[in-house]
Design a protein around this ligand. Structure first.
Ligand code: NAP
Length: 680
């Protein structure tokens, strides 16, 4: 009796009807479970996500969502050990499983940390505000709010954990729920992780649903407030992207598909050099990690034509040292493909490649294995192919064999290398190994239009490099053209895919009231008590004081020059000011700011302000000459609470202050935003 996977929908675990699709152990070929979504009501599932999950998440602030993700990451980290034995069933080695499991959890942590870049609000501002009128009464600001729908993630089979976590981390941060549909063949691992997530009780009701098996008519129930992400083959992607509901409802659709990623050896790199060894090692790693079932794996290797033989021999030697077999055996470095269907597919794709290439390492039919049976398990040998005429062959640039398969090809000069890299018609990532930064620059700027990410590897960074094949949460993952034209992750950018941007227009006072960020020219709250005597919770955005005036003298400027050591000619009285920007001795900008602080700071007695936290922006807009009288308009611009790391930490928040400095003619001489840390 095999275990039947369950779907987690509408707040309950439920198996689908019927026997379902049988899922097999990739190593032994034994059936391990079955999956079915038959009988699920996808209309009700999407409705539940929107009405329950979305409602629960959107009322949380970014900071609350970030802390929720962090708690989830910590919880899964504690449980990570239980996922490895399940991951081995998919043919993954310990190292492969680490990328999937710990990589996925790391992604949760990274996204959780992004909360600090957002306000403690349910929405965020996007970009700068725009003054739209001469009289300063009309302005605009873009803001972003969570969409009202659900994120539907249709994932590929190769990373059953990372594939889910990297995507839900982002939509949960944005405040929208997810329905995850992993590829059926490895969905048993996604199901196990989802069980832990649900059991933890960390996510609010409706935030996550899982369907293991066919997507049924799920896409029929999407609308423009949803976001559909797809990772998989280009053919399936195209079919789904052209789904009538996706088109008619203008549903945002992010596609990550086949990618013929390439790696280039710079022509400055000679056999035996450090960069040479880096290149060979990286190629082997990219071919064999996860048995080549990585969307980012290197499929095309471009090498200066006079180094072809040395390179393929070195790669072949390196590949021959890769031990293949049962991931449970500690000696094994490369495991199996996800299943026999996948092996059949890889063989068929390699046969297409062989129309214009030849195998120079490995065999399509046989492979030496440790503790495994080639008939029962989905094993395949690493295959290095060679194509001598890459400009005249379409296959190596168009046919993806989703396994440990790469083709080595010669290039004559850098223009050729760039041209060849573009023949992939858009990829997720490309690398170049070179110790020459001129070559690096030429390649990066020449090839940038066709790749989502470019890695330049050399001896300076190789040791700490995250490698060609690792998408990182803070960097964009996706690529143009064949790679799907999609974009995911990328730090704040990724989260914004799930937010709706809207330009709001109105008076500065209204925009301040809506955004909770003080806008220049908004009506202030003129307060009697100095704001430095108020605690964080009592200060209001818009609280404003106007200070007394201070006369700036030539002696002040001389004294500041002596104190700071800044004797720039413009601050001296005996300078000939012809052909300078100034008429006479001018005050240091930093002196003007210091004098401003002398006017707006109140705190000779201990009070709620704990420290000066820094300056965000600062501009000096008009020279301040001796005899000028300056005064300050000092306004609370924004408040952000800070988390207490230790119970002994003083509860506190950061207050941003809008500092406007004027002279006796009422003209602005400087403007800035300064930050203070204030007791709650
Ligand atoms: P696939 O066969 O295209 O399947 C991808 C996903 O689509 C699976 O969840 C699959 O579900 C689902 N699907 C298939 N037909 C569907 C339909 N009619 N309606 C709704 N969903 C449907 O791809 P795969 O074999 O799993 O993955 C291998 C491919 O993924 C490779 O080509 C690889 O390059 C690509 N990939 C790309 C990236 C990237 O980031 N660019 C990452 C990983 C993989 P079932 O499993 O239930 O059929």
């Amino acid at each position: 009796m095999i275990n039947k996977l369950e779907n987690y929908v509408q707040g309950a675990w439920t198996p689908g009807d019927g026997e379902g699709q049988i899922l097999y152990n990739a190593v032994t070929g034994e059936p391990i479970s079955s999956a079915s979504t038959k009988g699920l009501d996808f209309a009700a599932i999407t409705d539940y996500a929107r009405k329950t999950g979305n409602r629960n998440l959107r009322k949380m602030t970014f900071h609350e969502r970030g802390r929720m993700l962090r708690a989830l990451a910590i919880h899964l980290k504690e449980k990570a050990g239980t996922f490895y034995p399940i991951s081995f069933l998919s043919g993954a080695t310990t190292a492969d499983s680490w990328i999937d499991i710990e990589g996925g959890i790391g992604n949760l942590f990274a996204n959780a940390s992004l909360r600090r870049k957002f306000p403690d609000e349910t929405f965020c501002l996007d970009g700068e505000s725009h003054n739209l009128s001469k009289g300063n009464t009309f302005m605009a600001q873009h803001i972003m709010v969570p969409k009202e729908g659900v994120a539907i993630h249709i994932n590929a089979f190769n990373f059953p954990v990372w594939g889910m976590l990297e995507k839900i981390a982002v939509n949960l941060m944005a405040g929208i729920p997810a329905i995850v549909k992993p590829a059926t063949v490895t969905s048993y691992l996604t199901e196990a992780v989802t069980r832990e997530i649900i059991a933890s009780g960390i996510l609010p009701e409706g935030a996550l649903q899982l369907v293991c098996g066919s997507a049924g008519d799920l896409l029929d129930h999407t609308n423009s407030q949803d976001v559909v992400t797809f990772t998989g083959s280009a053919s399936t992607g195209l079919k789904l992207k052209a789904h009538p509901t996706i088109l008619s409802e203008s549903v945002p659709f992010n596609m990550e598909a086949d990618s013929l990623n390439c790696m280039v050896l710079g022509n400055d790199v000679d056999p035996g050099s450090e960069e040479w060894n880096i290149f060979i090692k990286e190629v082997r790693k990219e071919m064999t990690v996860k048995a080549g079932q990585k969307c980012t794996a290197v499929r095309r290797i471009f090498v200066p034509e006079n180094k072809m033989e040395d390179v393929w021999k070195a790669i072949s030697t390196s590949l021959s040292q890769t031990t293949i077999g049962n991931p449970l055996n500690e000696k094994v470095r490369m495991g199996a493909l996800a299943g026999l269907t996948q092996r059949k597919e890889v063989r068929s794709q390699v046969n297409k490649l062989l129309a214009t290439s030849q195998i120079i390492f490995g065999s399509l039919d046989s492979v030496e294995l440790i503790d495994a049976d080639n008939e029962k398990g989905a094993f395949i040998s690493p295959l290095l192919l060679m194509n001598q005429s890459p400009f005249n062959s379409a296959e190596p640039h168009e046919v993806e064999a989703f396994g440990p398969v790469s083709t080595i090809m010669p290039y004559k000069n850098m223009d050729d290398a760039i041209g060849l890299s573009k023949k992939g018609k858009g990829s997720l990532c490309s690398s170049i190994v070179t110790g020459d930064n001129k070559i690096a620059k030429e390649y990066v700027l020449g090839a940038a239009t066709h790749h989502g990410r470019i890695l330049v590897l050399n001896q300076e960074c190789a040791k700490e490099s995250t490698g060609h094949g690792s998408p990182l949460p803070m960097l964009v993952h996706g690529g143009p053209g064949r790679a799907g034209g999609g974009e995911e992750m990328g730090g704040l950018r990724g989260i914004k895919h799930y937010l709706q941007r809207v330009a709001i227009q109105g008076s500065p006072t209204t925009i301040t009231a809506i955004t909770n960020v003080f806008q220049p020219h908004a009506k202030p709250n003129l307060i009697g008590e100095h704001p430095f005597r108020k605690t964080f919770s009592v200060i209001n955005v818009g609280d404003q004081i106007v200070t007394a005036r201070r006369l700036i003298t030539s002696k002040d400027i001389d004294d500041f020059a002596d104190l700071s050591g800044d004797h720039f000619y413009a601050h001296k009285t005996d300078t000939d000011f012809s052909e300078t920007m100034f008429e006479q001795q001018v005050a240091h900008g930093y002196f003007v700011l210091s004098a401003a602080a002398g006017l707006f700071v109140d705190g000779s007695e201990k009070g709620p302000v704990l420290l000066n936290y820094g300056i965000d922006e600062l501009r000096f807009t008009k020279p301040v000459y001796p005899g000028s009288e300056i005064y300050i308009r000092f306004t609370c611009k924004e408040k952000t609470p800070q988390e207490q790391k230790e119970p002994t930490d003083i509860p506190r928040g950061i207050v941003k202050w809008f500092v406007e400095i004027f002279d006796e003619t009422e003209e602005s001489v400087g403007v800035g935003t300064i930050l203070t840390m204030v007791r709650i």
